[in-house]
Design a binder for this molecule. Structure first.
Ligand code: 2BA
Length: 108
């Protein structure tokens, strides 16, 4: 069994969640935020049989769209502020996915 932790844009979370549940994956949805942009995103935790991993990843590929976003990076300290408030373009969307082996899956 695998545990998939997937971080996606809030813009894509509704459609990918619908597709996941329609395909009979069990999903836990967490509200999260990224350390770089410091805006909200969505983290999904999905426990699945290893045989269905490719099917699961295909749903994220289909529904999580990458886009370019112009933003300003947030200063981490006062001395950084003068340099880091310049506009930067980052790629957002898509999905950041971690796949972990599950040692035990227990429902009590
Ligand atoms: P954020 O940390 O808010 O990052 C949003 C996007 O900003 C990133 O997209 C990347 O394109 C850019 N970015 C991040 N750190 C950067 C940096 N130091 N310099 C320049 N650009 C930077 P993604 O890579 O697709 O990541 C989307 C979200 O997934 C991240 O939001 C974070 O919440 C999570 N994430 C990505 N990689 C991670 C990792 N290795 N561990 C934990 N969470 C991760």
């Amino acid at each position: 069994m695998k545990l998939v932790i997937a971080i996606v844009s809030n813009d894509d979370s509704h459609t990918v969640l619908s597709a996941l549940t329609k395909a009979n994956f069990s999903v836990t949805k967490l509200s999260s935020s990224g350390g770089f942009l410091r805006v909200g995103n969505t983290t999904f935790m999905i426990g699945t049989e290893a045989e269905r991993l490719d099917e699961l990843l295909d749903l994220f590929k289909e529904y999580c769209i990458t886009r370019q976003l112009a933003t300003v990076s947030m200063p981490s300290s006062y001395s950084d502020a003068m340099f880091s408030m310049l506009p930067v373009e980052v790629t957002v969307g898509g999905a950041t996915v971690f796949v972990l082996d599950v040692e035990q899956f227990i429902k009590i």
